[in-house]
Design a protein around this ligand. Sequence first.
Ligand code: PHE
Length: 494
Amino acid sequence: MSEVRERWTSRSSFIIASIGAAIGLGNVWRFPYICYANGGGAFLIPFFVALLTAGIPLMILEAGLGRKMQAGAPTAFAKVRPGTEWVGWLSLMVVMLIFFFYPVIMAWCVNYVTYAFNLGWGADTGTFFEQDFLQLSGGPGVLGGIRWPIVAGLAIVWVGIYLCLFKGLKALSKIVFYTVITPWVILVIMVIRGLTLPGAIEGLKFYLTPNFSMLLDGKVWLAAYGQVFFSLSLAMGTMIVYSSHLARKSDITNNAFIISLADCGTSFFAGFAVFSILGYLAQAMGVAVPDVTGSGLGLAFITYPKVISLLPFIPAFFGILFFLLLLTLGIDSAFSQIEPFVAGITDKWGFNKKLVLPLVCVGGFLVGILFTTRGGYYWLDIIDYFANTFGLALVGLLECIVIGYIYKAQKMREYVNEVSDFRIGRWWDVCIMAVTPVVLGVSLVMSIIGLIQHGYGGYPTWATAVGVVVMFGIIVVSFVLMSIRGRTITAEVP
Ligand code: PHE
């Protein structure tokens, strides 16, 4: 079959779409938190090392693979060597786990936009989030019924995702400009608001004061690599499918640098919005900055609302703006998780995308309902941990092995150099064949040891075991999907 592959309307749409995929909820709550927990300003050193030795090389690998093979992840790997197709499916299984819960966090944001109008979260934002909003059950063993407001938010998010995708790449090429520029404008407003508050400087000092002694700790380096992978949306099939829609003769290396640096710059910038405002909160409460710093999701849904209520001037406006920021940041990441999955199916079996897309959206919504239950929060946390810790490292490692050793790094590099604005040297082969797989391998082994020794997050052993079963399950499913016959795969695209 030789249907014409859809194309981005311009080089900039591709770049903007990829930046949109990379910039997401992770930039606002994850980076600032990881940064201050791992040495503040000094963390920027391992972060940039990780970016140069693993983030950008793997981005070049994925973009090169997608562009050359002109297909989504499974078919692209099958074109390298048929037996490696499962690696592509595995990346889609990992991204599937993520798109089951990522829209749920966005659904919380939808609800919080409505609360912001009258600062409905009250003074005790922690109690509000856990007991009034999520209505947490005692643990993962008790699902405790569905929280309907969250389901309603989830439905809105999934309809949004579907509407962005159903018209295909031409429409998407335009949509991404809005979904990337809007959060940037809001972020600039939030940074200005934050920096002009009393106490902001204290917050920034805390964010950026370097603690160089922490660089001796291996965990800090692993955190840097983990953050780079998560933030650039690598090992998820996203970059492969986005680049498969690039026309012949489009650049790879320059694009990869632009996308990666834009994403990391945004993370760094978002830290100013977050920490200036935390400095203000600390001052208002008369405590030190570390005492107000929420971690992870608590930062966005507990700490930030608390500050917003304290703002001297039109707090509701900034509350609405903040949650709209999260929503607009999240939406292009969310659809960049659906696209590779849909393309994986349509590329292999030639099904009509008009049919597959709605089915995937409805399926994602239905499974997502699990995370809207009163015990759903715990499951969200568990699945997030397994997908991001094990799934990501495993897929990244396998990608390096398949391209570095089976396809041969040198061959990929020569291909990439032929079409790109500038050439990459042998350092790239070293990164793909040695540095990245070693770091990923070590972090995988360390995470497994940690899991065996301490379990995860204080959950009962059986709940962690479910996570392990899910991980093994997706590996088995990847092999099963590979073994189902699809369209005949023709030789590599020249
Ligand atoms: N990188 C996105 C973020 O920072 C998350 C993401 C994961 C997007 C997987 C696409 C695929 O939030």
